[in-house]
Design a protein around this ligand. Structure first.
Ligand code: FA5
Length: 349
């Protein structure tokens, strides 16, 4: 029985194979229970002790060599197939993705852009403030001193860290602190909007713990409630693209404005969808008023020379109204299917 002949045949077969399945067949053919090399070992019983020694050793050597070659051939074949796959599947990241793979613009992002465009056309510029605010900017400077009941109107998230006045920082409950930051750092005339994230411990179909507001602030020497109402009505007609939009201003109370009002928009629900411009339901979209002279003074501006108006618009609320969405929480639950249905393709923004 020629061990070297069997080994040679096995190696030739191994060399000519190019896939993993064939390698495994060769393994079985030679090293399996009934394999050719195994059979060689079975024939030991017919040999003399001296022959057994030599033959056994040469079969074992051949077995080891073949096993090593089978394993390395198998590795080689796997490596080649992975490389081939990688070459075939390589992605040209400079190539634009197919339309079906393009992301969607979130409705809130679309609203953000639109409100900035509309107020930008009215001459307002964009100001910004941080999400984490001091107690002074979020409350005190806005004429909401400690223990003032108005602090309870806005359920506040307090942070553990304290500011220089030893007061805990807060997640801003509204965008109104940007009024303070702007008046503290610039001279009138002032005409800004400040869109951004705001936070309150509040959650139902029209309230979200994180939501978006846009502050508006105009300070000059002759602004009045008429200007404020006119601008807000024009904004709504432009934003909702409805000329005879039903709106109402209700007297309200904010410590930082006097007089104060809230603006509501009329709607109805038809087939579980919000319909605008008709119906007897009202959704509050903003608070507004003439800036309280105390706030102007808190910012070191002379309130005998300057006056102005301010408003805080709920961006999520106007987005719900515009696109007929009934639950504010759907904006933020990260559901990609919802976004595919309700988002906007890049070309449309
Ligand atoms: C304020 O936050 C005032 N800072 C607004 C203001 C600014 C008044 C300047 C006067 C001058 P209010 O708490 O009402 O007011 O909130 C304003 C708007 O934010 C509401 O009309 C509503 O549209 C929206 N809003 C309030 N709370 C939530 C909430 N939890 N989720 C979604 N939207 C909300």
């Amino acid at each position: 029985m020629d061990v070297s002949k069997v080994l040679k045949e096995a190696l030739v077969e191994l060399e000519s194979t190019d896939n993993e399945d064939s390698v495994q067949l060769i393994r079985v053919k030679y090293l399996g229970k009934k394999g050719l090399v195994t059979e060689l070992l079975k024939s030991l019983k017919d040999l003399t002790d001296e022959e057994k020694k030599h033959f056994g050793a040469s079969v074992n050597l051949a077995k080891e060599e073949l096993l090593g070659k089978i394993n390395s051939r198998s590795l080689e074949i796997n490596k080649t197939s992975i490389n081939e796959k990688l070459t075939k599947e390589s992605i040209d990241i400079t190539f634009p993705p197919p339309i079906s793979h393009l992301g969607k613009i979130h409705p809130i992002s679309k609203t953000y852009k639109e409100v900035i465009d509309i107020f930008g056309n009215m001459g307002f510029s964009v100001a910004e403030g941080p999400d984490i605010e001091t107690d002074f900017n979020n409350f005190t400077a806005l004429n909401i001193p400690e223990d003032h009941p108005a602090r309870e109107m806005q359920d506040t998230f307090y942070l553990d860290q304290k500011d220089e006045n030893n007061k805990p920082f807060v997640l801003r409950t509204h965008t109104s602190p940007v009024q303070i930051r702007t008046m503290m750092s610039s001279e009138p005339p002032i005409k800004i909007i400040a869109p951004g994230r705001t936070y309150r411990c509040d959650s139902d179909s029209t309230h979200s713990p994180m939501f978006h507001q846009m502050e508006g602030l105009l300070i000059n020497n002759d602004a009045n409630m008429g200007h404020l109402k006119g601008n807000l009505i024009n904004f709504c007609k432009d934003f909702f693209q409805i000329n005879n939009l039903k709106v109402r201003f209700r007297p309200s109370y904010f410590p930082f404005t006097e007089p104060s009002a809230e603006m509501d928009i009329a709607y109805s629900i038809v087939d579980n969808q919000i319909k605008l411009g008709e119906g007897d339901k009202w959704l509050e979209i903003l608070g507004c008023g003439m800036v309280n002279p105390k706030v102007i003074e808190n910012c070191k501006i002379d309130s005998s020379k300057f006056q102005g108006y301010a408003f805080g618009l709920g961006l999520d609320r106007i987005t719900m109204l515009k696109y007929g969405l009934t639950d504010i929480r759907s904006f933020f639950n990260g559901n990609n299917n919802w976004l595919k249905e309700n988002g906007f393709s890049l070309g449309r923004i």
